[in-house]
Design a binder for this molecule. Sequence first.
Ligand SMILES: NC(=O)c1ccc[n+]([C@@H]2O[C@H](COP(=O)([O-])OP(=O)(O)OC[C@H]3O[C@@H](n4cnc5c(N)ncnc54)[C@H](O)[C@@H]3O)[C@@H](O)[C@H]2O)c1
Length: 359
Amino acid sequence: MAKTIGFGILGGGIIAPFHAKAVRDSKGGKLVAVCDMARDRADKLAAEFKVKAYYSLDDMLKDPEIDVVNVALPNHLHRDAVLKCAAAGKHVLTEKPPAMTLKDTDEMVDACRKANVKFGCTVQCRVRKAVQAMRQAVQSGRFGKILHADTYMKWYRSTEYYQSDAWRMSRKSGAGVTVQHAFHYIDLLQYIVGPVRKVQARMTNIAHPSVQLEDTTLAFLDYECGAQGVVEASTALWPGTDIRIEINGTDGTAIMTGEKIAAWKFRDDRPEDAEIRNYGSGSQATGATGAADLGHADHAVVIQDMVDAINQNREVIIPVTSVRPTLEIVLAMYQSAARNQPVSLPVNDDDSVWDAKVG
Ligand SMILES: NC(=O)c1ccc[n+]([C@@H]2O[C@H](COP(=O)([O-])OP(=O)(O)OC[C@H]3O[C@@H](n4cnc5c(N)ncnc54)[C@H](O)[C@@H]3O)[C@@H](O)[C@H]2O)c1
């Protein structure tokens, strides 16, 4: 019989309630505790979901009811937490990006492998039906030769959002728009279209002069398949509109807006296309206008998968190993912007990028 899987959420900030609701809605998952070093945050969330509150990860890791830790800490703190969870034999679901360096990511993957625990990442947009349809169309060759694969993320975040916590004002902590917000959509591009071989990026701060990080990134991508693409990502563009992913090939075009299919046209029109054109109708919000302007349906799929993966003793649907290429593209973008030149992949870590001046 399937075992009930206990979850503990580490970090009780903006994204935590989305994890909590997703666990609550799962079949076979149970929220056991939340943990935040800010006691008021831990207490508030614990009261809301009627679970235990912890104020340190070390204490939460001693709880035998917890099988999985959802790491929802600021980006630069993921590594240490994941290593501790693995050492305690807990499965881990980390928020994106998995870490701030490739070296840390590899160390975390290695630690989880050795501890024989699952290690998933919530790049939850991958589970959208529209994304799955686009990926399948690429894999079955329906686009013909892919010519363009682009993302446009024209979002808005206020200056108060950035000033709400020290880590949100620090590039090294992972607060810039590229690694923090656009990560999801750069991830979708590499997930749908495949590896990227070269990037050229420009990063600017156009609307948040009181914080020293990029609120806007414009980048060109060259994919290994021969396609080219654009990443346009900003949190400066009030009021914020839904993201777009656009794929154009010699034989077809597909566009996703938010989570909805906005265009789906192939030379070989198929009967199932009519249904695919309705994917994402009645959409949940996807984060355009504010950090909590989200639904939890995509997180729910990732959480359910973790429950099932543990019970079925199989790999999770979004292992961190599959997200490493996204981090590498993102880091290549930072290097390109800092050096003002194109950067070919693979890249090594280069921490000096965080100190680069953003114009
Ligand atoms: N998947 C998504 O769509 C999505 C959306 C938003 C944020 N995120 C990710 O979620 C993570 C958290 O983001 P957020 O916006 O919720 O941040 P946040 O700052 O609102 O919350 C982080 C919390 O962690 C707590 N904390 C910090 N250090 C701690 C420690 N050592 N022990 C215990 N608690 C500690 C803080 O007190 C804070 O409450 C980030 O990795 C971010 O990229 C993902």
